[in-house]
Design a protein around this ligand. Structure first.
Ligand code: AMP
Ligand code: GLY
Length: 431
């Protein structure tokens, strides 16, 4: 069997690496991939990004299953384009992916289906948004509508910051048709809750927690994610049950009822309050990055078979009858980002000290894996080529041991201006 992964980040490196471990899998292509996927023994990069061309490639190569990594390809209709050609692909259609690509759609959807989320208002007029900010309680959250790679959100502690965010997103310099969502600040602890859906049934993956801010102690600007660990202790069995019943199942039922049945990874970004009540901060219609790296590092079951079944729901058992096997250890990933990330990442810096990529793909006993994200090969050397460059992911018997192991390897890798947080997992260790 052959698989194709669309994307070029750390999440896609982890997806392709795990798919390649499938019993029946002979080849995994990654389009366009990065230096890490180029160097893996059983992965092959394909230099195609145009979706129609990629569908033709999948037909020519007789690809059995395509898995889409990033939201942009989903919002561009990758799943619709592949399905029209009779290809099997795992991911939501363009219409279902609006749950992520339009925050205004997602918020209205949650309201229609009584799914817990922050109170909000949508504005397309800067004056009205400014007046709203003047009267609102602080802190207040200002979000650009549309995809912004996790960077279009400002949690404003002061009215000045909120006004500045509104001005940047809706003011004179903003593109025509811009909209912002202004919403109530939710207090609590965040967790990432990701499920596999086939349009009719659902299976939860292991929980995880991301670290969105650039700096230690959650300071500095929001990023795409600076590190993650799995499982997230804040998701107790009781919270897990509430999330399934109050958020995940009503979302799938609502999407089906509205004629947009959801298949693919559904990622609910949660805020869990002191009483264990979950609210939805956002939906993503894909795996998280970097959450995918620790989650997939712990997955022992055959990912290819799972996603193949989920992409063709009428052939197999329901997803809620599947039992996944997880490594009982904690997995923790530390992102090493480029100089200047997130505002203006610099590329082209040589990366020194990377462990060899081979040796480990056939071994499930490995305890550290360096997943690549923004990397490229230049004359046989690996150089940085994006904001988030690597995610060093380790397994350990406790969060502290996984953390120690990951940072040991981080310290052996270097490139000019590398930035990383030194406190990934600290919240789980403090308890
Ligand atoms: P989003 O892109 O909507 O996930 O927002 C990015 C990050 O901003 C989230 O992970 C939270 O840390 C923070 N955030 C977003 N919305 C809220 C909210 N209503 N209350 C508190 N924090 C929020
Ligand atoms: N790590 C957050 C995300 O993938 O959206």
């Amino acid at each position: 069997m052959k698989a194709l992964v669309i994307g070029a980040g750390g999440r896609e490196h982890a997806l392709a690496w795990k798919l390649a471990q499938g019993e029946r899998v002979q080849a995994v292509f990654v389009a366009p991939g990065n230096a890490g996927t180029a160097l893996e023994p059983r992965l092959k990069n394909v230099a195609i990004t145009d979706l129609a061309e990629l569908a033709q490639f999948a037909l020519d190569e007789k690809i059995d299953l395509t898995v889409v990594g990033p939201e942009a390809a989903l919002a561009a209709g990758a799943v619709d384009i592949f399905r029209e050609r009779g290809l099997r692909i795992f991911g939501p259609t363009k219409a279902a992916a609006e749950l992520e690509s339009s925050k205004a759609f997602a918020k209205a959807f949650m309201k229609r289906h009584a799914i817990p989320t922050a109170a909000y208002q949508v504005f397309d007029d800067a004056g009205a948004a400014h007046r709203h900010v003047d009267a609102a309680a602080l802190p207040i959250v200002v979000k650009a509508d549309g995809l912004a790679a996790g960077k279009g959100v400002v949690v404003a502690a002061t009215r000045e910051e909120a006004h500045a965010a509104v001005e940047a997103m809706l003011g004179a310099g903003a593109p025509a048709g811009s909209r912002v969502v202004v919403e109530e600040f939710l207090d609590g602890e965040e967790a990432s809750f990701i499920v596999v859906c086939d349009g009719r049934s659902v299976l939860a993956l292991a929980t995880s927690q991301d670290h969105k801010r650039l700096g230690d102690d959650d300071r500095g600007p929001n990023t795409g994610g600076m590190g993650a660990y799995s499982p997230a202790p804040v998701v107790t069995p009781n919270v897990h049950a509430r999330v399934m019943h109050e958020i995940v199942l009503p979302t799938l039922a609502g999407m089906a009822a509205e004629g947009r049945p959801f298949s693919g990874f559904l990622y609910a970004g949660l805020m869990i309050d002191a009483n264990g009540a979950p609210k939805t901060v956002e939906f993503n219609c894909r795996l998280g990055d970097p959450e995918a790296q620790p989650i997939l590092m712990r997955l022992k079951s055959d990912l290819f078979e799972l996603l193949l079944q989920a992409a063709a729901p009428h052939d197999g058992q329901r997803l809620d009858e599947v039992e996944l096997q997880w490594d009982r250890r904690v997995a923790l990933g530390v992102v090493m980002a480029a100089a200047g990330y997130p505002a203006a990442p610099r590329g082209g810096d040589a990366i020194i000290g990377l462990p060899a990529a081979d040796a480990d793909i056939d071994s499930r006993d490995e305890t550290v894996k360096v997943f690549h994200a923004g990397t490229a090969l230049r004359g046989g050397a690996v150089v940085s080529a994006g904001g988030r460059v690597l995610c060093v992911t380790a397994l350990g018997d406790s969060t502290r041991l996984a953390q120690q192991r990951a940072y040991e390897v981080v310290r052996t890798i270097s490139f000019a201006g590398a930035q990383w947080r030194s406190d990934i997992g600290q919240r789980a260790i403090r308890g």
